[in-house]
Design a binder for this molecule. Structure first.
Ligand SMILES: [Zn+2]
Length: 52
């Protein structure tokens, strides 16, 4: 089952991205380096739960 998750900047706490993942095959939390508009640089973005 694919679930929608948010990706939150670790530095400023802004949720900059949303994505989906397969909860069966990806049980651990997602973590990406992505560009943060507020910080104007690439930062670690970690998965957060979204209300559906
Ligand atoms: Zn940020």
């Amino acid at each position: 089952m694919r679930v929608k998750v948010g990706l939150k900047c670790e530095e400023c706490g802004e949720m900059n991205y949303t994505t989906t993942k397969n909860s069966r095959t990806q049980s651990e939390k997602l973590e990406f380096r992505k560009h943060c508009k507020r910080d104007k640089k690439h930062t670690i973005h970690k998965e957060i739960k979204l209300k559906s």
